[in-house]
Every structure is written in C-alpha cells, then in structure tokens.
Ligand binder design. Structure first.
Ligand code: URA
Length: 435
C-alpha cells in the first residue's frame, strides 16, 4: 500500500477501506508518512467527504492508536459528557456532581485544555486553589471507586493519532469538516472508557457549527459511530446564539456553577443541564420517566447532597473547598468596569460571538495550546435575554487586569447587546435529541 495511491483514490471520490485507513493513521503516527502527504489527504477528504463506514474506521483506528482506559471494574453505569464548545458553557461543572448524586452512577470526565475564548473545564477547575487536574490512571480509578466522581486532564496517550492529525488540521484549514470532527471527538470519548456518553452539540453564532442542519448531521454521525462501535452515545443539539448563564470567564463561571448547585439557577443553564442529565439517565434504564429524574435532581440539590459531593471531589483532588462559601479565595481582577444601558427597553439578543471575542481580548482564552490564560478575567452579564432594562442601568461588568485591548473588549460587549421595545418571546434551547 502507498499513501500516494490513497490520496489519488480519495481525489477520485472513492471510499477508503478499513485497511487503507488504518495504514495512513498508523503510518502518520509512527512517522513513516510525512505531514505534507497527510495534509494533501486531509484536503482531499475536506472536498470529497467520507461516508459513515470510513468515518467509523477512522474513529476506530484513532482509538486503537493509544491506550484505552479500562473502567469496566467500575460497573455498568459510568457516564461521560462532552460539549462541542460554547460561550459561558459551565454545564459540566453542574452535570458531574448532580449525576453522581443520583444513585448508582459514576461520572468519569477526562477533558482537554482546548483552544477558545475562555478555557475549558480543566482551566475552570484550576481556578480553585490547589485543585489537581493531573490524576494518574490509578488515582482516577480509585477516586471513582470511592466517591463516584473524578475529573482529570486527558493524557496524550489517549487517541494519540487524533492529537497529531488534529494539530495538522489546525494549520491546514481542514478542521471544519463533519466526518473529521465526529471521528476526532468520538475517538477521544471512546478511549476515555465510559459506557454512557452524552454529547452536547451546539449550533449558533457562539458555536463552531453555525446551522441547526450541520449540527444535526454532526450529532447523527457521532451517535451512529457509537452504535457501530458498541457505545451508548446520545446527542442533545442545543442553541449557542447567546452566552449561557451570566458569567463568562474561568473563575466567574465556576462561581456561577457553585451558585447553581446551591439552587440559584438561571433558566437557560437549568434547561440544558436538566435535559442532558435526564436524557442520559433515562438511557441507563435506572429511572422510568423524565419527571422522576427531574424530581430526583431537585431533591438532591435541595437537600445539599449535590454540593456535598462537589466538596468531596474538590477535597479528593487537593483543592481548597472553602471556595464554596468564600468566593474571594478565587482572587479577582485589578479592575472592573460597569457598562450601562443607553436606552429603555428589553434585551432581545446578546451576541455570543461578540462576547467571546471580548473575552479573548481580556486574556480569558488561549490561541496556542501552551498559552497562559488569566483565570479571573471575564464578563458578567447583569442583564440577560428578556430582561427589562432602564437607561443607565448596569447591563454588564467587565473584569480585567490589563489596559491593553480593554477598549476592543468594551466595544465588543457594547455591540453584543440588542434591545427591543417589547418583551421578546421565551426561548427554548434544546432543539433535538438524537439517539
Ligand atoms: N473538537 C475536537 O476534539 N475535534 C475536532 O475536530 C473539533 C472539535
């Protein structure tokens, strides 16, 4: 077999078989095939596409390229959750302790640092002083055995072929193609070892997929790969046109998540968190109806059980659990700037992309994998969708440390807000469930 023939075959719009896909994945990982050849192949795939057989072979080859975490000793209900990425998306931080509080479930979350306007889940947890995000496999497993919940940074040993191919896609303009995105996400999830996986696939201006149609194709592709590789994968397709909740920025989001666990729940966060949880829990068959799951979540939050589990997890990972009652332990920024409304009316839109750009200007996210991010900067939306607002009332607060780029951030936040004279209609964020 040779790589030039495979590039030619794809260029001629033919499908690659399993052996051919394994050949290029393994050949690239072990250095026998060059970057420029895989770049050409990726570009051919970009224009020609891949069918579901090819996409599944690619996923399997990337899973098999590294370690597969064996969580089978933890029982039948090990749950994982993944989001395709959004603005103010702190759902994982609520999802984990809530699911762990519901009975026989274990929540095993391995997460990458990722690029973006704010950090990923790992960065957000790192804003807790002392919190260890680098658990060994043994510690990860033991913690799950003992307290049903663990979070750790994903090591390079899981699906390493995806790591290498993704880095190349990033610099060859071949990220944005559904079969490659689907196989990349699902390979990491399968290698992470959970047997129930819920995917939050986002669409809208704040997501990397804009249209409902493409998000639906991506979701269907990932669920189908799961079926073919014997994993229970469900996808919820959700709206990412406006930021989720009020806080955007690493420690700000963690504080909002803690408040949620104490029962202070903005409607949008509640809808998505409850939907994702009830969807995956119903799939396990341990609860009969959605109402049963919702009642159990409400009860767990009300009784303080969820917050206790969150505290136990922070303790187990060496974090300072006093943050749960004393938010000043997160530290804060040197400066805060309050933006006021320039009119009376109702908030009818907050553009998630503009808020994301503002956060990037503040230094909340990273452009390269090894960039350092500022965990305390960010934006708090004092007003959200549908809120009534009077002229000169605060609509948003910018937390920042550096004057450099502050004006660009301010301009983006100002432009993000749109007003109307009438109360806008109620929004529904969950668009579809694919299973
Ligand atoms: N996230 C991933 O892990 N892979 C992709 O290809 C895109 C987003």
């Amino acid at each position: 077999m040779n790589i030039i023939d495979l590039i030619e075959k794809k260029k001629q719009k033919q499908s690659l078989n399993q052996e051919e896909i394994e050949y290029f994945v393994n050949g690239y990982l072990n250095g026998e095939i060059e970057d420029y050849q895989i770049s050409a192949l990726l570009m051919a795939i970009y224009f020609v596409g891949m069918d579901i057989d090819e996409t599944t072979y690619l996923t399997k080859a990337m899973v098999d390229s590294g370690e597969i975490l064996d969580l089978s000793s933890l029982g039948d209900y090990v749950i994982d959750k993944h989001s395709s990425g959004g603005v103010g998306d702190k759902i994982t931080m609520m999802f984990m302790p809530i699911v762990a509080s519901l009975g026989d479930f274990k929540v095993a979350k391995l997460s990458g640092r990722g690029l973006g306007h704010t950090g990923g889940t790992i960065d957000k947890f790192e804003s807790i002083p002392g919190f260890n995000v680098n658990l060994t496999d043994d510690k990860f497993l033991n913690q799950l055995r003992k307290i049903n919940i663990a979070l750790s940074s994903q090591t390079k040993t899981l699906a390493p072929a995806d790591g290498k191919i993704y880095a190349l896609r990033d610099v060859t303009a071949t990220v944005n193609i559904i079969p490659l995105i689907a196989s990349s996400i699902v390979s990491k999830k399968i290698a992470s070892g959970a047997n129930y996986i819920v995917l939050d696939v986002k669409f809208g201006v704040g997501a990397f997929i804009q249209s409902k149609k493409d998000a639906t194709i991506l979701a269907k592709t990932m669920v189908e790969i799961g079926k073919r590789l014997n994993k229970k994968i469900i996808a919820c397709i959700t709206d990412m046109n406006m930021p989720l909740g009020h806080a955007i920025g690493n420690s700000l989001e963690l504080i909002e998540a803690i408040e949620f666990l104490k029962g202070n729940m903005p409607n949008d966060l509640k809808e998505i968190t409850y939907s994702l949880i009830s969807t995956i829990i119903l799939k396990t068959g341990k609860f009969k109806t959605q109402t049963d799951v919702i009642n159990a979540i409400d009860e767990s939050i009300k009784s303080g059980k969820v917050l206790d589990i969150f505290k136990t997890m922070i303790n187990a990972q060496n974090g300072d659990c006093n943050v749960l009652s004393n938010y000043s332990l997160f530290g804060t920024t040197k400066n805060q700037y309050i933006i006021k409304s320039n009119q009376n009316g109702f908030i009818r839109n907050i553009d998630a992309l503009k808020i994301a750009k503002a956060c990037k200007f503040l230094g909340a996210g990273r452009v390269r994998k090894d960039d350092k991010i500022d965990l305390n900067v960010g934006i708090y939306l004092n007003k959200h969708y549908g809120d009534k607002v009077n002229k000169n009332e605060p609509i948003a607060t910018i937390y920042y440390n550096n004057e450099k780029n502050f004006l660009e951030a301010l301009q983006n936040v100002n432009e993000a807000f749109e007003y109307s004279s009438k109360m806008p209609p109620t929004r529904t964020l969950l668009y579809k469930i694919i299973e």
